[in-house]
Design a protein around this ligand. Structure first.
Ligand code: THU
Length: 141
């Protein structure tokens, strides 16, 4: 059983490392593997802007680069860096697409939190209806 509130706490921790000198919008993510390991990620901005990496993708790329392929859930929190997250911060389309590459849309959970814990918990399919993923190309992950 996933403790989604615990995952939000880890996302809040990850957010402390956000490198956001341009937008000042700090995001944290905590990605849970099916075996129970958590990979944290933050957004990492860049003076050239386009190389910026979102918190969710940082967490995914850390995990996949260490051999992980089976994921259960991700928690995301975001707010201006000087503030505590009081409203949800939903993943951008690019991050949803990266989730689609590695996760089962029917079971993978996307948890949107604030400083007060879980606010929204949905499957990836609910977050990204009619998603285009490896299954369409008959590629098994
Ligand atoms: N950002 C994320 O890290 N994740 C999201 O879900 C939304 C946007 C980042 C990208 C950029 O560094 C900042 O938030 C403002 O767009």
């Amino acid at each position: 059983m996933i403790d989604e509130n615990e995952l939000v706490i880890r996302a809040l921790e990850a957010r402390k490392h956000a490198y956001v000198p341009y937008s000042h919008w700090a995001v944290g993510a905590a990605l849970l593997t099916k075996e129970g390991k958590i990979y944290e990620g933050c957004n990492i901005e860049n003076a050239a802007h386009t190389p910026t990496n979102c918190a969710e993708r940082t967490a995914f790329f850390k995990a996949v680069s260490e051999g992980e392929r089976d994921f259960a859930a991700i928690a995301v929190v975001g707010a201006y860096e000087a503030e505590e997250p009081e409203k949800i911060c939903a993943p951008c389309g690019v991050c949803r697409q990266v989730m689609m590459e590695f996760c089962d849309p029917d079971t993978f959970r996307v948890v949107l939190g604030t400083k007060d814990g879980v606010q929204v918990s949905q499957t990836l399919k609910e977050m990204l209806p009619y998603g285009f993923g490896p299954d369409v190309l008959n590629i098994k992950n």
